[in-house]
Design a protein around this ligand. Structure first.
Ligand SMILES: Cc1cc2nc3c(=O)[nH]c(=O)nc-3n(C[C@H](O)[C@H](O)[C@H](O)COP(=O)(O)O)c2cc1C
Length: 209
């Protein structure tokens, strides 16, 4: 596989073929790619919702300013952040480390305490801003995995987050929506698929010192 060829192939798909669906296996690959995304301290304060329900996606359409990718794609991925981070989240991480790696608590304790104080010293807004950065990393990771797997996708931040949260009842899950990634297969007549990639010249984007 030539990774640059895969990245040239991908584009922000505007029109999906609604009859072409991702297999369970492809979907499983995307779930794992999301979960394998690196996060700061490994705290994973992000979640991914997979919305396949057509009626629900139609309900979301006005809140995505009518961008039909969200209903025509095979599945709609919604990247979310935790509404707030508390010491239980830090304990969940370190308990997992302890279980999976058998690391003694004497070694983990100082890191556990440091991370707890770091999280509790942040305002809720700072916590959310911090988690949003992690969501963007997951978005990039998913887009690349999609390209490698020949799955089309469209990264989207053009939607009303508060309306999405209300329609998807995210408050009860203590989550907030941040980014969308409809995934599936391009429609044969999506004119954007034939457009040349528009990018800066490599020497303008990458500076070598
Ligand atoms: C963070 C982010 C948000 C975006 N939001 C939207 C969006 O709401 N709707 C849309 O059609 N495209 C959206 N795009 C797609 C970009 O316009 C597109 O990726 C860019 O023009 C480069 O084109 P390419 O991805 O086709 O190579 C978004 C892209 C990124 C990375």
């Amino acid at each position: 596989m030539d990774i640059i060829e895969r990245l040239q192939w991908r584009y922000a798909t505007k029109k999906f073929d609604p009859t072409k669906l991702l297999t369970k296996q492809k979907l499983h690959t995307l779930k794992q790619a999301f979960n394998l995304t690196a996060t700061s301290f490994g705290l994973q304060t992000i979640s991914m919702l997979i919305v396949s329900n057509e009626a629900l996606r139609t309900k979301l359409l006005p809140a995505a300013y009518g961008q039909r990718q969200i209903v025509e794609a095979s599945h709609l991925l919604v990247l979310c952040i935790k509404d707030h981070i508390n010491t239980d989240d830090v304990d969940d991480l370190f308990n997992n480390v302890s279980e999976l790696r058998n690391t003694p608590e004497t070694i983990l304790e100082p890191y556990r305490n440091d991370l707890k104080s770091m999280m509790t010293n942040m305002t809720q807004e700072q916590q959310q801003e911090w988690s949003i950065k992690q969501a963007y990393i997951a978005l990039g990771n998913l887009m690349t995995v999609c390209a490698v797997e020949h799955i089309d996708s469209c990264p989207m931040e053009g939607f009303d987050r508060a309306q999405f949260d209300a329609i998807l009842q995210l408050e009860e899950k203590e989550l907030k929506s941040v980014l969308l990634l409809p995934v599936g297969y391009r429609a044969a007549d999506d004119m954007f698929s034939g457009f040349k990639k528009v990018r800066k010249k490599l020497n303008d984007a990458v500076l070598e010192l």
